[in-house]
Design a protein around this ligand. Structure first.
Ligand code: BGC
Length: 725
């Protein structure tokens, strides 16, 4: 290429770039100008209408200026069934849609691309149903195994959450729907969620509880954030100056708007000053005859502004933020996308996430995958095997277009030559013991079958409606303990005696105490709540059509007493004495605790088995300034294709402030054919080596030696090397 041609192309490139920046700057300017113009035309009454709900899931619009109502819907793993305007579940609506696996199953895939695919399905279906905002993702850190909402959340690890949440949000928002990341912040228990006051160090806040939200704002550009119910350092989270004004809006430069959780506002002035833009759900207090003008941001706000007691420019900022999101999503001055509903592709996404998210925890003597040549009869036992879970759990309920239970899935795959029989085994009743007649039936079936697939564990609750006292893994209630509920320990004990070839698949939002039977059972799978295709996914894994590749996004301790919120911190707090819950466990959440305090868990963070084996080799580290690239090789040494999730942890030698034994700072999911080998690079920037210094109130990096640990789980480090930075 001669110089003339090069300079010509360069010139062309510069012109294109200039016009691109000019156009986008112009568009930005136009939108800002349009927002300002609209705000000018709005009366105070109209602006007030826009900052509070107009029904259970909508907020006020101003028809005369073409400002629509905002229509929101739960929730994290599907578009919630329709409600009438005032909280009546509308049973006549055609609202059964795609039921995706729950948040922790998604996180267990460790596959950010699936995060995007998940979000895209949700966004598309939300749009089809006329929604503007989907109330998800829920990303609170999994601190205690007892939190009733862990199933909706993702992980105990802030880095994994940060990676998964970005894809999810972009997936939703690319469909022209706003995501709403929730519940900001420190909403890590359901017990007393409306009253507790969470106290934690600044370091724990910055290192553990905020990074997911920060990534949602800074990287994914989430349009809306939901403030939580609890207090944080003495002030309600939905009207918390530090969380909303200082951190979210000032430090992170959040451009969208903050809505309250439903019925989380307590005071007009405090909410107004401290950063809450939209008040939702206060009508819950006024049922059955809600009056939307009686919201804290209704008549009362109007009167305070009119009396000159509250400045109107703050209201203008709130309204501008709402309008900004409306412009961004095409609600004003644009074209709304239409979306799709119940497509085969959406169902396939649900299936893939379940297949990649179900975790094989134990597999002794390769009892799995099942060999169909050796099996004539399968006993499927356990209430969860035949139970539909989609409508349970609270606000995240979904009316599924269909839901393949594990029993359905096993029947689908078994074919004509294998006989599948079912026994329920136990009843779902909080505090209920084993039902001897059911046990006898199940034991008899186990005895006469070649193999038993037991599907039990936790459950979303007892009725197919909202939460209630019998609920486990449901909103508003935490689990009473980590025990297998409903007398299942006793049942499993008898089943394992009747047929030692009993494979256990557990549903639930996380850890459950397995100590009574784990040594006797040859195989265990963590099934989570795996969505509408969950039963097929489990069956494909059992039969080896799919090679499992999920890994635990949270530690499974042996006993509740081993969990750091129990051992070091307070959970759920002595709420009889005080409503303060002290997070004395500090930054030692999940594996950060187990590794540092040398407590051996039942299954470690990042653990998950495959039907093949992977070999790691050749770790090399290269640094340019504070940026480090770790290069290594992973080989599939087995006979079947599989995927390995290589995890990179950083350990700092002799850190100035105490640090956890290791911290996840990178991962990659690598798909490999039998015998195949790939070279993998994981890049770390300086943030991978920093920690938050409470005294300096900033992120710091020591001049130190850092060990880079690589492996297939937090307790299975295969390669290590050290670098001085
Ligand atoms: C939940 C939120 C949910 C809202 C609306 C609240 O009770 O905490 O997660 O989005 O209700 O249903």
């Amino acid at each position: 290429m001669n110089t003339k041609r090069i300079s010509k192309s360069l010139l062309f490139f510069i012109i294109i770039m200039c016009s691109y920046f000019k156009i986008s700057a112009q568009m930005k300017f136009d939108t800002t100008a349009k927002i300002q113009a609209l705000v000018k035309q709005l009366t105070t009454e109209e602006k007030v209408k826009m900052v509070h709900a107009s029904s259970s899931f909508t907020s006020g619009g101003v028809a005369r200026l073409g400002i629509p109502e905002i229509v929101t819907s739960d929730g994290p793993h599907g578009v919630r069934p329709e409600f009438g305007r005032d909280w009546n579940l509308d049973n006549n609506s055609l609202d059964s849609g795609t039921y995706l696996p729950t948040g922790n199953c998604l996180a267990a895939t460790w596959n950010p691309q699936l995060g995007y695919a998940f979000g895209a399905v949700l966004g598309s279906e939300a749009r089809f149903r006329g929604k503007n905002i989907i109330l998800g993702p829920g990303i609170n850190i999994i601190r205690s195994p007892l939190n009733g909402r862990n199933f909706e959340y993702q992980s105990e690890d802030p880095f994994l959450v940060s990676k998964m949440v970005v894809g999810y949000i972009k997936g939703v928002q690319d469909q022209g729907v706003s995501a709403c990341v929730k519940h900001y912040a420190a909403n890590n228990q359901e017990s007393k969620r409306f009253t507790i006051n969470v106290q934690m160090s600044e370091r724990a806040l910055r290192e553990i509880y905020l990074p997911g939200f920060k990534a949602a704002v800074e990287v994914a550009k989430v349009n809306t954030v939901m403030g939580s119910y609890n207090k944080f350092r003495g002030q309600w989270a939905s009207q918390n100056n530090y969380l909303l004004n200082q951190i979210l809006k000032k430090e992170w430069n959040f451009k969208g708007f903050v809505m309250s959780d439903w019925d989380a506002v307590h005071n007009t002035e405090e909410a107004y000053w401290n950063g809450l833009d939209l008040e939702m759900g206060t009508d819950l207090r006024m049922l059955p005859n809600p009056d939307y003008n009686k919201f804290y941001y209704g008549d009362k706000l109007l009167a305070l502004i009119k009396a000159g007691k509250l400045s109107e420019y703050i209201l203008d900022d709130k309204v501008s933020r709402i309008l900004y999101v409306m412009f961004k999503t095409g609600m004003i001055d644009g074209k709304l996308k239409t979306g799709d509903y119940n497509t085969k592709a959406h169902q396939q996404t649900a299936a893939t996430i379940a297949e990649e998210g179900i975790v094989l925890l134990k597999n002794e003597n390769n009892i799995l995958p099942l060999n169909r040549n050796n099996i004539k009869t399968i006993a499927v036992i356990g209430f969860n095997a035949a139970r539909k879970q989609s409508m349970g759990g609270g606000s995240s309920q979904v009316r599924a277009f269909y839901e393949i239970t594990p029993l359905d899935g096993i029947k689908n795959i078994a074919g004509n030559n294998i006989k599948v029989e079912y026994a329920q085994g136990y009843e779902i009743q909080r505090g209920g013991g084993a039902n001897q007649q059911m046990i006898d039936e199940a034991v008899a079936l186990a005895k006469r079958s070649d193999i038993v697939v037991y599907v039990g564990g936790s459950t979303h609750g007892y009725r197919y409606d909202l939460w209630n006292d019998n609920a486990y893994d449901a909103e508003a209630v935490d689990k009473p303990n980590m025990d297998m509920p409903f007398g299942q320990d006793e049942l499993l004990d008898q089943l394992l005696k009747a047929n030692p070839k009993t494979v256990v698949a557990l549903m639930g939002g996380g850890a459950i105490d397995m100590t009574k039977w784990i040594s006797k059972t040859p195989a265990i799978l963590q099934n989570w709540y795996a969505g509408m295709e969950g039963g097929n996914a489990l069956a494909r894994i059992l039969f080896g059509t799919v090679n499992p590749s999920g890994k635990l996004p949270m530690t499974f301790p042996k006993k509740l007493e081993d969990n750091p919120s129990y051992a070091l911190g307070e959970y759920p707090g002595d709420t009889a004495k005080s409503l303060i819950v002290n997070y004395h466990d500090d930054i030692y959440v999940g594996y950060r605790y187990y590794d540092t305090y040398k407590v051996t868990p039942q299954f470690a963070f990042g653990h998950g088995l495959s039907y093949t084996n992977f070999e790691y080799s050749n770790l090399k580290l290269a640094a340019v300034g504070q940026n480090v690239t770790a290069t290594f090789m992973v080989k599939n040494t087995g006979k079947v294709a599989g995927a390995e999730i290589a995890q990179l942890y950083v350990h700092e030698q002799n850190a100035v402030l105490p640090r956890p034994e290791k911290e996840l700072k990178g991962f990659d999911k690598i798909k490999l054919a039998p015998g195949e080998q790939k070279t993998i690079s994981i890049k770390l920037d300086e943030n991978a080596f920093k920690y938050f210094d409470d005294l300096k109130n900033e992120w710091v990096m020591d001049k130190a030696a850092f060990d880079i640990l690589l492996g297939g789980a937090s307790d299975d480090i295969k390669l290590r090397s050290t670098i001085k930075l």
